[in-house]
Design a binder for this molecule. Structure first.
Ligand SMILES: O=C(CO)[C@H](O)[C@H](O)COP(=O)(O)O
Length: 235
């Protein structure tokens, strides 16, 4: 049986393992979420032991975590490149025989726009996860960041594409979630996504969409923490 404690340990193992890939002098993309946070903490500890790196956060949350961990921060426009990005995922397509093997759904934390920017800029993008994130076919609702004025129009276009859109509401305030970029998030359910690349292209084309949480062909590897180790998938 999977326990909350077991999941926490799996996330911690995955995050720590990914942090081992960070080398002296690296510029590292710092992902968002509870699993990426373990990697951030591990990088912070390595810095205490003498490692020299710079981090690029993907959200307000990861920026704060990195500052707490003592990671010197920089920005995408101040560096020549990103050596490694480490980030979590909400769902990972895990059927090696399918078109979308290694495709991801991200944006559970509404940070997918900056995550996609930083993760795709990296020479190597490693996903860190616990086994609950693995599915043979992606099927979670896709987070779509939209400029505020556009949310009803985009929702209409998403229905045209066969989706069921829902404006994401904040949990602790009246009104919608507002992203780090000042936009809104529409979560759109499409059922099982057999052709993630086709859907990703269609979503990217919609006026008013800033970015969506389907990451296709971006991940280089996934580290899945388990009860006694880490399973590695290289794509
Ligand atoms: O995409 C994300 C944030 O936008 C996160 O990476 C995703 O939600 C996974 O989070 P966690 O590691 O806490 O399960």
């Amino acid at each position: 049986m999977k326990t909350a404690g077991g999941t926490t340990e799996a996330k911690r193992r995955a995050g720590k393992r990914a942090a081992h890939e960070v080398e002296d002098g690296f510029v590292v993309g710092l992902g968002t979420g509870s699993t990426a946070a373990y990697a951030i903490d591990a990088i912070g500890r390595a810095i205490d032991d003498g490692l020299e790196v710079q981090g690029i956060p993907t959200s307000f949350q990861s920026r704060r975590r990195a500052l707490e961990a003592g990671i010197p921060l920089t920005t995408l426009d101040a560096v020549d490149g990103v050596d490694l990005a480490i980030d979590g995922a909400d769902q990972i397509a895990d059927d090696p025989d399918s078109n979308g093997y290694g495709a991801l759904i991200k944006g559970g934390g509404a940070a997918h726009t900056r995550e996609k920017l930083v993760d795709s800029a990296a020479d190597r993008f490693v996903v860190v996860a616990d086994p609950s994130k693995l599915e043979s076919v992606l099927e979670r609702a896709i987070p779509v960041e939209v400029i505020p004025d556009a949310h009803t129009v985009v929702a209409e276009r998403l229905r045209d594409l066969g989706g069921e859109p829902t404006l994401r509401d904040a949990e602790r305030k009246d009104g919608p979630v507002v992203t780090d970029n000042g936009n809104l998030v529409v979560d759109c359910a499409f059922g099982p996504i057999e052709e993630p690349e086709t859907l990703a292209t269609r979503l990217s084309r919609l006026p008013g969409v800033v970015e969506h949480g389907l990451f296709v062909g971006l991940a280089d590897a996934t580290y899945v923490g388990t009860a006694d180790g880490v399973d590695v998938r290289e794509y």
